[in-house]
Structures are given as structure tokens and as C-alpha cells.
Design a protein around this ligand. Structure first.
Ligand code: UT7
Length: 331
């Protein structure tokens, strides 16, 4: 019997209509378009507006695009994983709600939280279920409404993050396509540098925590930046060497979109020219769990069956890693 690998067979995306430009941010905090562009590469980001719209609103739309494109019946889906740092609710999983809303009545679902590495870790989880032979259709969605945890008076974070969602369907493959290798890491020493201090079990919500702004995301940018640059570059390089891949063998680098300078440093380390580096940070900013699937959706028509893709991400926790995947279809 041929070995079962886990291939991505369809992708979808959703970004909200509202565009928050650098110019508009200039009115909210002491910043300017030139600083944001040169330090991060970001020009604009999307913000989900409207009452009662949470992360699931975007996740559902991205999932529905996958259903349309793949032509599958939602009842065929076995499992839905929503990778997110901003679930709709603290306890009830966003994925469960998404499953019901899209008519995936045979599926079970749960959320996966690893900050900006959520989708990368989710790829490993989704692929493992497929490789084991236990499930045939796993829908992995990366979605975050970062605007729900941003303090729009904090210039260290409000310029970076945006809202969005992307989704990828994982199915068995017997031609050797799909996920080839992974190297996932974490280090709890990092949790002080990128976190939401309150609202969890250590510091539950109170009048005090609200007053202190402790429900917003806080980041020590410089420290996170240094770790992100060295770790994303290290794991990407490791992924190439341990799979005997030269830079010519790699068609695409698919890097988490946190900062253009981090992306460029990673690409430089593995010797990939900019034409081979997926990038959309200028349009969406850092959408946390959604960056990788948004890249796949935006670049889908340039991808060819058999292309070698190297994914890399770094996020709060700290969490980081790299995945090597062979693209499975021509669109
Ligand atoms: O996705 C999860 C992981 N997250 C990341 O990977 C993000 C990593 N960090 C970063 O991308 C960068 O650290 C930032 C974009 C957040 C900040 O860029 P930086 O080059 O590290 O800036 P900095 O914090 O060292 O600040 C440099 C200067 C400071 O002024 P002085 O002290 O040199 O006079 C800041 O006060 O820039 C100032 N500054 C700003 N100026 C205009 C900081 N933020 C801003 C701002 N607009 N928004």
C-alpha cells in the first residue's frame, strides 16, 4: 500500500472591507506613514466592523470559499480546527460554531492557540490526522480579529495588527504530495514579551485590570523582533538542509507576516530572492493566525503541482517552526 501524505487541496480567504491606512493611524497615535512603511512594510490593514461580529464571522466566510472551490459537501468534513488567538468566546470553541454554521454536521471541531504560530502548528495537527488514516477531510482555518484586543492609543501594537481569515482543506494523497517535514519549537521564557496580561486564570478580569488596560495585547517589540529574526531564519535553514534542498529546489518561502524586515532576513539566510517570497503584509498587516493561509489564497494561481513550499512562523509564547510542503494542484 502506498504511503498516505496530507495534501492541501483547496484554499479560501476572507478579509473585512474596512481599510485602516497608515494615514488614518497618524490621527490616532504619534506615528507616520514613513516610519510604519520603513520599519514594518505595512501600508494598510483590514478591520472587522459591526456589532456582534467576531472571529467566526471571517472564519465562516473563508470556509465557505473553500467549499465553493473544492465542490465538496460540508457533510463530508470530518474535523474543523480554528487556529486563533481571538476566539469568539473564552470557553465555547469557535470551530464548533463554524462547523454548525457551514453545515458540517458530521464534523467535530476545536480551537488551537499558539499565537502567530497557530496555523503552522495546526498544519501539523491536520496533517497528522490525515496521515494516520483516521480522517479524510480536515478543514484548518486561521482567523483572528486582532482589532478586538488592540489598544488604539498604543503605537507599539496598533500599527502592526489587522483582521482576516484563511482556510485550507487537507486530504489524503498517494502521490507523495503535501506535508513532507516539520520542525516545531516553543520556549515559555518568551511569554513575558508578548501577551495579554489579564482575563486568564492568573489575573481574571476586574475593574482594576480594565482600568490598567491589561486586556489589550502588549508586546516588547524589539525583544520579539530579535527572537523572530534568528529563530525563523534558523528553522527555515534547518528545513532545507535536513531535506537536502538547495535554494534552487525551493519555489516559495511562505513566511508569517509580522514585519517585512523579519521576512527579508529569513529569505536572505536561505538565499531566496524576493520573487520566491510570498508577501502581502503591505495590504493586511499582521493577521496572526491568518497570515499563512491568506498568502496561500493570494498566491494560489501562481502555485504549481509539485512546487516545494517552506513555511516559517514565529509568535508569542514563544512559539515557532517551519514546515516543508509539496503543493498538490494547479489552479
Ligand atoms: O507576529 C508575532 C511576533 N511579532 C513580531 O514579530 C513583531 C516584532 N517586532 C517588530 O516588528 C518591531 O519591533 C516593531 C515594528 C514593533 C518596532 O520596530 P523597531 O524598529 O523595533 O522600533 P523600536 O521599538 O526599537 O523603536 C525605535 C524608535 C523609538 O524611538 P527612539 O527611542 O529611537 O527615539 C520608538 O519610540 O521608533 C519609535 N517608535 C515609533 N515611531 C513612530 C516606536 N513605535 C513607533 C511608531 N511610530 N509606531
Amino acid at each position: 500500500m502506498k504511503k498516505i501524505t496530507a495534501a492541501i487541496t483547496a484554499v479560501g480567504k476572507y478579509v473585512p472591507e474596512y481599510i485602516l491606512t497608515n494615514k488614518e493611524l497618524e490621527k490616532l497615535v504619534d506615528t507616520n506613514d514613513e516610519w510604519i512603511t520603513s520599519r514594518t512594510g505595512i501600508k494598510e490593514r483590514r478591520i472587522l466592523k459591526g456589532e456582534n461580529k467576531g472571529t467566526s464571522f471571517m472564519a465562516i466566510k473563508a470556509a465557505e470559499e473553500v467549499l465553493r472551490k473544492s465542490n465538496i459537501n460540508p457533510e463530508e468534513i470530518d474535523l474543523i480546527i480554528v487556529a486563533t488567538a481571538t476566539p469568539d468566546l473564552m470557553v465555547a470553541s469557535t470551530a464548533v460554531f463554524v462547523a454548525t454554521q457551514i453545515g458540517a454536521t458530521s464534523a467535530f471541531g476545536y480551537d488551537l492557540q499558539a499565537a502567530c504560530s497557530s496555523f503552522l502548528y495546526g498544519m501539523s495537527t491536520a496533517a497528522s490526522y490525515i496521515e494516520s488514516g483516521r480522517y479524510k477531510k480536515v478543514l484548518l482555518i486561521g482567523a483572528d480579529k486582532m482589532s478586538s484586543i488592540i489598544d488604539y492609543t498604543d503605537r507599539a501594537t496598533c500599527i502592526i495588527f489587522g483582521d482576516g481569515a484563511g482556510a485550507a482543506l487537507f486530504e489524503p494523497d498517494t502521490e507523495g504530495l503535501g506535508l513532507q517535514d516539520e520542525y516545531l519549537r516553543s520556549d515559555g521564557a518568551g511569554r513575558e514579551f508578548l501577551k495579554i496580561a489579564a482575563g486568564g486564570s492568573i489575573l481574571p478580569a476586574s475593574e482594576e485590570t480594565l482600568k490598567n488596560g491589561q486586556h489589550f495585547i502588549h508586546q516588547e517589540g524589539k525583544t520579539v523582533f530579535k527572537h523572530a529574526v534568528s529563530n525563523m531564519a534558523d528553522v527555515s535553514e534547518k528545513m532545507l538542509t535536513r531535506n537536502n534542498l538547495t535554494k534552487e529546489d525551493v519555489q516559495w518561502l511562505v513566511p508569517h507576516q509580522a514585519n517585512k524586515r523579519i521576512i527579508e532576513a529569513t529569505a536572505n539566510r536561505v538565499g531566496l530572492e524576493s520573487e520566491k517570497v510570498m508577501m502581502n503584509i503591505h495590504r493586511y498587516g499582521n493577521t496572526t493566525s491568518a497570515t499563512l493561509p491568506l498568502l496561500l489564497a493570494d498566491y494560489e494561481d501562481q502555485l504549481k503541482k509539485g512546487d516545494n513550499l517552506i513555511f516559517a512562523a514565529f509568535g508569542g509564547g514563544f512559539t515557532w517552526g517551519s514546515i516543508y510542503l509539496k503543493w498538490a494542484y494547479n489552479s
